[in-house]
Design a protein around this ligand. Structure first.
Ligand code: ATR
Length: 273
C-alpha cells in the first residue's frame, strides 16, 4: 500500500514542504504521497482526532508546523530526548502504531548557519523568546555560541535565558554587545507586514552574519537592512531545507537526497517567489 506522509498545521497552504519531500520521494524511488493536512485550530479535538486516526488512514509520518509544534506533544507515544529539551516536535514517525516525535528544527538552524559561519565562541544575538527561539538557542548553546536573547517582553527573554544559562539583553544594550551573528526568531517582517524589522542597518554595524527563519518573504526587511550594513545573510529557506532533510532521514533511516530537495525548493521559489 502506498504510504502517506504530510504536513500538519494551519494555515499550510503556502508550505514549501510538499515540493521538497515529493522530490526526495521520487529521487529515492519511494512509493509514497506527501499531503497537506490543514487542521483548524478552533476545535482542539481536531488535532487529537488526526493523531488517533493516523493508523487507519495509513499515515506513516508527518511534519508538524505552526501552531502545533507544542500542542502535538500529548498525542505522542514517545519522543526523542531533544523534543523534551526543546519543548516542541516538528516531525512524527509512525513506528508500529506508535507515534514517535522528533525535532529537526534545531539541527536545521545550526546546519543553515554553519554554511556561512562557525558558531563556537561567537557573540550571537537571538531575537525572540518563543518556541522557535528555544529550538535555535538550544542548538547554538550545544555548538558553543555565546548567546544573548532580546525579546519584546523582556521577562520572557529572562525566563528562557535562565533556563538555558545564557543572557537576556535589553534593546539599548545591543550596540555594546556588538554581536557577530544575529538570528531573527520572531514573525516580525513576515507577510503581510513585510516592511517591519526589529533592527535596521545602523543597529547592525559590525555584524558578520544575519539569519532570518522567516520563509515568506524569503528576503525579509531585516535581511535587506543586513545587506546594507555589509553583513552576509541567510534566509529562512536554508533552515527549512535542512530540517526537511532531517525529517527524511528519520522517516526512511537513510540520508536525504539533499541536492534534489534543494533543486526542487529553488525551482518552486523561482515560480512563486
Ligand atoms: P514561535 O513558536 O514561532 O516562536 P511564539 O512562541 O508565539 O512563536 O513566539 C513568538 C516570538 O516572537 C515571541 O518572542 C514574541 O515576543 P513576545 O514574547 O513579546 O510576545 C515575538 N514577537 C511576535 N510578534 C512580535 C512583534 N510584533 N514585535 C516583537 N516581537 C514579536
Amino acid at each position: 500500500m502506498k504510504k502517506i506522509y504530510g504536513i500538519v498545521g494551519h494555515p499550510v497552504i503556502h508550505s514549501l514542504s510538499p515540493v521538497i519531500h515529493k522530490a526526495a520521494f521520487q529521487a529515492e524511488g519511494i512509493d509514497a504521497e506527501y499531503r497537506i493536512f490543514d487542521i483548524n485550530p478552533e476545535d482542539p479535538e481536531n488535532l487529537a482526532n488526526f493523531c488517533y486516526e493516523t493508523e487507519v488512514n495509513g499515515i506513516a509520518g508527518f511534519s508538524v508546523t505552526m501552531p502545533y509544534k507544542e500542542e502535538i506533544l500529548p498525542y505522542l507515544d514517545e519522543y526523542d530526548p531533544l523534543v523534551k529539551l526543546v519543548g516542541s516536535a516538528n516531525t512524527v514517525k509512525n513506528e508500529d502504531s506508535m507515534l514517535i516525535g522528533y525535532n529537526t528544527d534545531t539541527m536545521g538552524a545550526i546546519a543553515a548557519l554553519r554554511e556561512k559561519t562557525d558558531i563556537q565562541g561567537k557573540r550571537i544575538l537571538v531575537l525572540g523568546a518563543g518556541g522557535a527561539s528555544r529550538a535555535v538557542c538550544y542548538g547554538l548553546k550545544e555548538f558553543g555560541g555565546r548567546i544573548s536573547i532580546f525579546n519584546r517582553t523582556h521577562e520572557k527573554a529572562e525566563e528562557l535565558a535562565d533556563e538555558l544559562e545564557i543572557d537576556a539583553i535589553e534593546f539599548r544594550h545591543i550596540k555594546e554587545l556588538a554581536p557577530e551573528i544575529v538570528i531573527n526568531c520572531t514573525p516580525v517582517g513576515s507577510v503581510p507586514n513585510t516592511e517591519e524589522s526589529l533592527l535596521h542597518a545602523p543597529d547592525l554595524a559590525g555584524v558578520k552574519v544575519v539569519m532570518d527563519i522567516i520563509t515568506r518573504p524569503m528576503e525579509t526587511r531585516l535581511l535587506k537592512e543586513a545587506k546594507k550594513a555589509g553583513a552576509e545573510v541567510i534566509s529562512g529557506e536554508r533552515m527549512l531545507l535542512h530540517q526537511a532533510a532531517g525529517q527524511f532521514a528519520i522517516w526512511f533511516s537513510k540520508p536525504a537526497p539533499f541536492e534534489v530537495m534543494e533543486k526542487a525548493l529553488y525551482g518552486q521559489l523561482k515560480k512563486t517567489p
